[in-house]
Design a protein around this ligand. Sequence first.
Ligand code: ARG
Length: 567
Amino acid sequence: MENLEELLTERLAHAMEAATGHPADPALRRSAHADFQADGALALARQLGRPPREIAAAILARSTLDDLVSSAEISGPGFVNLTIRDDVLAGRAGQLAADPRLGVPEVADPGVIVVDYSGPNVAKEMHVGHLRSTVLGDAAARVLGWLGHTVIRINHLGDWGTPFGMLIEHMMEIGEAEASHTLSAGDLSAFYQAARAAFDSDPDFAARSRARVVALQNGDPQTLRLWAQLGAESRKYFMTVYRQLGVLLADADFQGESRYNGDLAGVVSALDGLGLLTESDGALCAFPAGFAGRDGEPLPLIVRKSDGGFGYPATDLAALRSRVDGLGAGRLLYFVGAPQRQHFEMVFQVAREAGWLGGASPEHIAFGSVLGTDGKMLKTRAGGTVKLTELLTEAVTRAEAAIGGRGVPDPAAVARAVGIGAVKYADLSTDRIKDYVFDWDRMLSFDGNTAPYLQYANARIQSILRTAGGAPENGTVVLTNPAERALALELTGFGAVVTRAGETLEFHGLATYLFGLASLFSKFYETSTVLVEDRAVRGSRLTLCAATARTLITGLGLLGIEAPERM
Ligand code: ARG
C-alpha cells in the first residue's frame, strides 16, 4: 500500500506537468492548517513568471484527488491545502492495524550495507564518542535491516600499532595475572595510563617498548601471545558494555585492524603501481585531489611511514577493499565522530582514484560530541574518561529511583529498559551532527521528548488493552471526533518516517514522530472514552490503541530501545 504522502505527491506532480508542461516537485508536507500542504506552485510560478495562485488553480483543475481528499483549497500566496477524506483515513488506519509492518514498505532495491560502528581500542576505555557511535550505528543496523537490506556489522577494533609495545611491556612488568585482572575488571584507563606513565618517565621502559613493537611486527610468538591476551580481555570488557547497552554487536563482529596486516603491503604496491604515491621525507604518501592545507599545498595521506610501518589510513584502505571485494558491499557506512571527517574523505578519495570503489559508495556518518551540563566535553569530576559501564550502571540506578513507588512487577527489568533507553534516546533524538548535552534529569524525565515518556505511553496503552481483554482482530476504524482523526492520520505517517530514517540515517525525525504520536494519543485518550457501550466505536478505539502501541514498540525497537509491558 502506497502511503498517502507518496500518492498525493504523484497525483500533484502529474497535474503540475499537465497544467504547465513543466515537471515540478509538489513540495508536499504535513500542515498545521490542513492535513497536508503543497507549496510547489510557488517555485513553479517563479520559474514560469506567472502568478502563483493562478498556477495553483491550474494544478487543482488538472488534478484528480477526489478519491483521497475531501477538500483542496488554495491559501495565502498559492499554497494548496489538502484534507484527507475521513473514510480514506479510517480505512487506512484499519489496514495499518492489521499490517505486521505497520505500513513500512521494504526497499525496492535491497543491497549489502556494511555498518562500521563502535570501534573502540584495545586496553583503552571507550569514550563517549564510542558510545555515540555504538548507539547511532546500532539504530542504523536495525533500521536498514528492517527495511530489507543485508546489513553487515563491523566493529573495527583498534588492536594494532605502536602503543602495543608499551602495553605489552607493562603487562610483563606487572605480571600477566595482574594485567588480566585489571583489564577484565574494566579498568582499561588505569592500565593504559600506567603504561603511558612508565613510557614517559622511564627511558629504559621506553626503549624496551620500542623493541617490543618490532618483536610484535616480526611475529615473535611470546609477544604475539601477550598481544592476543590484551585483545581478548578488552573484547570481553567491551562485550559487557554492549550487553548492558543492549546493542546487536556480537563477538563475531569484531574485525580488528590487525586483520588487515597481511594486506597492507599490497595496498601500497597497488597504489604505487597506479602512480598514486609520492615519497615525502621517507614516507609514501598519496595526494588525493581536492585536499589542500591552509596555504593551498596539497595534503598527504600517509600510507607507509618513514620507518616502514603502516598506520590508520593504510588499514582503512585495506579494510575498504576487503569490504567492497570480499563482502560485496554496495554501501559502506562509517559511524565515527566529526573530527575524523578529513581522514575518511581522503581515504575515500584515494580509493576512488585507485578504482577500488566499483559501484560502492562510502559515507562517513559523522556526529557531534557529548557535553556535560557545564557545556564542556563530558568527563569525570576528576577530569578523566568516563567509564562506560559505570555510566550505564548509574543510568539504571537513577531509573530505579525514578520508577520507585510505581509498584511495577519487575522493577529491575523496567529500570534497565528505562535507564538504558533514556541514554540511547537522548542521543538519537538530537540532530546527529550537533553536540548534545548529557543531562540525567532531562533524559530520565517522564515529561517531554524522552524514552521514559514514550515507554510510559506504551505501558498505559497495554493496561487499557488488558482491561478491555485486547483489541478486536481485523478491527474496523470509525472516526467520530477530531482527536481520533488526528491519531489515525499520524499512524499513517509511520512508513514515510522510517523510510526517511533509512535514507538519511538521521534518527531524530523518527524520535520526534514517536513523541508526536504519543502526545496525540494522550489527547485522544482524554477526549475519547475507549470502553464505551457502542460496539463499533469501542472496537475502533481499541484498534487505534493497539496500532499506536505497536507503532511505539516498533519505533522504539528500531532505535534499540525496549518498551516494557508494565511500568
Ligand atoms: N578506533 C577508532 C577510534 O577510536 C575508530 C575506528 C572507526 N572505524 C574505522 N574504520 N576507522 O577513533
